[in-house]
Design a protein around this ligand. Structure first.
Ligand code: 6LW
Length: 523
């Protein structure tokens, strides 16, 4: 056998062995809720909601529905994503992504500012257009294209309405028609229309995005109804006895997709409770196989539940190179995993002023404000993880602080930081902010210079440590994960691990230099 035959055989073997493998859920872990998916040829693209974070609506790419790689965001400019004073879990709600005749469309709602809008782009990585605002109430807009027409579904007044729309201008071209209210569950939302064979299918979510969440479906021979409910509804839910011990809960908000091989799949959101019934990672993106039964209704993974370990044949797997665990800050711009709070002031961040360092310039906007503190963060994507950084204060004045934060929202965050003291010394401080309470767990005077800060995440606790030499770490305290959970704080987001800087002075020339950032998944 010559070299090429051998390589070909190896390739064939790897492809064949890849088909039929099981896969793990969630397929996109961490705060990636409200997934919407579309396919162009062999390429799948998926978007999620982002609320008060910037840039908005991350885009992932996949060849196999299981391995996903971040490739950008739809909303990268303040003009597309005004988030001024947007409260926690305001801003961008569920998006829908569709591709039609060479153009990608993303439709979503900025619940804090002007409501529903569409952006479009010829390329999935943008640049995406300015918003075309839609004069309609409700959330979770979706688009469906057919015969040169485009239809909008959206849910004002707890009812799914259908409109004809111009997807470029956002102008409504017809009166709205109420087409379904679901099966009686609260918050009928997340509607999507699909056509398969002779039927229009209307997929929605009901029950709210907590433990009662579920997915139902109706169908009609005509796009504007009447829609008949599937007698087997809900088609996906974890409220039943068959999922009472399932580590995945709150399954809902799905979108269907057909793969090039003809197989059908659903992406949906769900969460993973930890430390009792608390979830801190936010709502994540899951994948389920779909089959159509003899009466032409979709069946999700057999019994309408999903698992962490999925027992299902997959498309040929095409993994991507994972993100490195260590970020040396050697790039000139932050990677797609980094987010800001609301609309950031670009002058407060630099990766070029000191090559190999992330420089943050603190302002008097603290993490407690509904505003844009100097804060750049990535999602906590794993229940068990280790994260760390090393921070050096520059030209610091008394009261300047910089460090690492576990941030759920302005009312719930744990901060491990270096603070400049009045007498030109510094201290390491661990502070908990929970509602109206701010508690300093400990403060330790340390020598001037670079300080390493680390956080270890686990099921019940976060453990906070520091080091003055990068070798010997001293644990300061442990704090419960559950107080940062969605159950404790409400809202739709998950915990971020942030690097931040604050100064008591509105504008000073002080700064903090972060040497590296490590995020090590340990699930
Ligand atoms: C979203 C709605 C929902 O718009 O929660 O879980 C809302 N589903 O469909 C916020 O994500």
């Amino acid at each position: 056998m010559n070299k090429y035959t051998l390589l070909f055989c190896l390739y064939l073997f790897s492809t064949i062995s890849a088909i039929g493998q099981n896969y793990k859920n969630p397929v996109i872990p961490g705060f990636y809720p409200d997934p919407s998916i579309c396919r162009v040829g062999d390429d799948f693209y998926l978007v999620n909601s982002t609320f008060e974070y910037f840039p908005g609506v991350p885009i992932h790419h996949s060849k196999d529905l299981i391995n996903w790689q971040p490739i950008g965001h739809c909303l990268t400019r303040t003009s597309q994503l005004p988030l001024d004073k947007c409260g926690p879990s305001g801003g961008i709600y569920a998006p829908t992504l569709r591709h039609h005749e060479g153009i990608f469309y993303m439709v979503t709602t900025n619940v804090t500012n002007r409501g529903n809008f569409i952006v479009f782009s010829k390329n999935i990585t943008g640049p995406w257009s300015e918003p075309a605002w839609i004069d309609v109430d409700g959330i979770d807009p979706s688009l469906y294209f057919e015969d040169g027409k485009c239809y909008l579904t959206v849910n004002p007044n707890n009812t799914i309405y259908l409109y004809e729309i111009n997807p470029i201008t956002g102008k409504l071209l017809s009166e709205g028609k109420a087409i379904w209210q679901g099966t009686g569950g609260r918050y009928p939302e997340g509607p999507h229309i699909y056509k398969k064979d002779d039927w229009y299918y209307l997929l929605i979510s009901e029950g709210g995005t907590e433990y009662g969440h579920n997915i139902t479906i109706a169908r009609s021979k005509h796009i504007d109804g009447p829609y008949e409910s599937n007698p087997a509804n809900p088609i996906l839910t974890h409220v039943g006895m068959n999922a009472q011990l399932n580590p995945i809960q709150g399954t809902g908000h799905g979108d269907l997709i057909q793969a090039p091989d003809g197989s059908w799949w659903m992406v949906c959101l769900a969460f993973r409770p930890q430390s009792g019934l608390h979830h801190v990672l936010g709502r994540e993106t899951f994948l389920a196989p779909v089959r159509w039964d003899e009466n032409a209704w979709p069946v999700i993974n057999g019994d309408g539940t999903i698992d962490l370990e999925m027992d299902a044949p997959t498309l040929p797997l095409q993994p991507f190179v994972p993100l490195p665990t260590m970020n040396d800050f050697n790039e000139d711009t932050p990677g797609y995993e980094w987010n800001y709070l609301r609309n950031p002031n670009p002058e407060d961040y630099s990766l070029t002023e000191r090559p190999g360092y992330l420089r943050l310039k603190g302002t008097d906007i603290t993490l407690d404000y509904i505003d844009s503190p100097t804060f750049i963060a990535r999602r906590q994507q794993h229940i068990n993880f280790a994260a760390g950084t090393a921070v050096e204060m520059g030209k610091a004045k008394a009261g300047d602080e910089a460090g690492i934060t576990l941030y759920m929202n302005n009312n719930a965050h744990y901060d491990l930081y270096v603070e400049q003291t009045r007498d030109k010394e510094q201290k390491v401080v661990l502070r908990y902010k929970l509602g109206k309470m701010t508690h300093i767990a400990n403060e330790i005077t340390v020598p001037n210079g670079k300080i390493c800060l680390s956080v270890q995440g686990g099921n019940n606790d976060y453990t906070f440590s520091y080091s003055t030499d990068g070798k010997k770490y001293i644990t300061i305290d442990k704090m419960d994960t559950k107080y940062l959970s969605s159950e404790t704080n409400g809202g739709f987001t998950g915990v971020y691990i942030g690097l931040y800087a604050v100064s008591p002075y509105k504008r000073s020339n002080s700064y903090a230099d972060f040497d590296y950032f490590i995020y090590l998944p340990q699930d």
